[in-house]
Design a protein around this ligand. Structure first.
Ligand code: ATP
Ligand code: ZN
Length: 283
């Protein structure tokens, strides 16, 4: 039995979805122009769909799982289970107004807001006790204020350049979003096993991306101090160099603490520091 996975057919999530599968050893490169593709070496079948339809298909078990933006999942309110964040497709759903307007917390009171996310927006407005009129439009929301259709917009933003080009400024963030894995609520045991296998691989890929392998040379009299700086998976590997009095130290560093630790290592006498990407990490 094959696990049916829905991903975006084309658009901002498509490439990263295919790439993640590839990094998990699942190759579907021969099927991108079709409605669906089989993987040669994993019991999975990939459906290419519009992102907006993915929650419904997963609720209806037309697909067992899906990769889709949190923004779409929260807007559609379908009965699906959220399993894991995937680390790509990062953006935020924000409110923006004309850049020349002064903004205050009651600015939106009685105003017209254009959005493709009426459910999420209404929830926010209710929480904030704001009475505003929501105008639902399906695309090019950012032009609505310019053509007099709305006083404000609520739209997805990543760099902010689209807002800037349309003379708008971001004033509130309503939701931080990224691609997530959702699943049908009643997956059978056999398919759940395939999903667990896939999740194991996704975890290994995600961990690897957040970590780097580091090698360095250290004079033996500085070893203790240097090892003390390195977290490592267990403890660092230390190997003697051909040159008397020196050792090579190998370890794994998390991206977040990376630059801090490198600086401290240098200051402590480490030399010839090499940093290498990790392809998969299983801990
Ligand atoms: P489809 O044809 O599948 O309906 P679409 O036009 O609705 O595509 P895209 O613009 O490709 O969708 O965006 C898909 C998803 O990518 C969004 O729902 C969101 O989760 C994510 N995303 C990441 N960054 C941005 C951004 N700057 N603007 C819009 N979406 C973004
Ligand atoms: Zn869409």
């Amino acid at each position: 039995m094959k696990l049916k996975l829905a991903i975006q057919k084309s658009g901002r999530l498509h490439e990263d979805s295919v790439k993640l599968l590839k990094e998990c050893g699942i190759d579907i490169s021969n099927g991108v122009n079709k409605l669906k593709a089989d993987a040669a070496n994993f019991p999975i079948e990939v459906f290419f769909l519009r992102d907006d339809d993915i929650p419904q298909y997963v609720e209806d078990a037309v697909a067992d799982i899906g990769f889709v933006g949190e923004n779409v999942v929260y807007e559609k309110q379908k009965q699906v289970e959220v399993i894991d964040k995937l680390g790509f497709g990062k953006c935020r759903l924000s409110l923006a107004i004309n850049k020349n307007e002064e903004y205050s917390s009651n600015y939106l009171q009685g105003k017209r807001i254009a959005t493709s996310y009426p459910v999420i927006l209404q929830k926010y407005l209710t929480e904030q006790n704001i009475n505003a009129e929501i105008h639902e439009i399906s695309g090019s929301v950012e032009i609505a204020p310019g053509i007099g259709l709305a006083d404000a917009i609520c739209d997805l933003v990543s760099s902010g350049s689209t807002l800037f080009m349309n003379g708008l400024k971001e004033v509130e963030t309503i939701l931080q979003s990224q691609a997530i894995l959702i699943k049908n609520k009643s997956l059978n045991a056999e398919l759940q096993q395939v999903l667990d296998k896939l999740l194991f691989r996704i975890q290994a890929v995600k961990k690897a991306k957040n970590n780097k392998y580091i090698l360095l040379n250290a004079p033996n009299d500085k070893l203790k101090e240097i090892i003390g700086l390195l977290p490592g998976m267990k403890s660092p590997t230390v190997l003697p160099l051909a040159e008397e009095g020196w050792s090579s130290v190998h370890s794994v560093l998390n991206e977040n603490q990376f630059w801090d630790i490198i600086e401290q290592l240098k200051a402590a006498g480490a030399q010839g520091i090499l940093v290498i990407p990790i392809e998969k990490m299983i801990v």
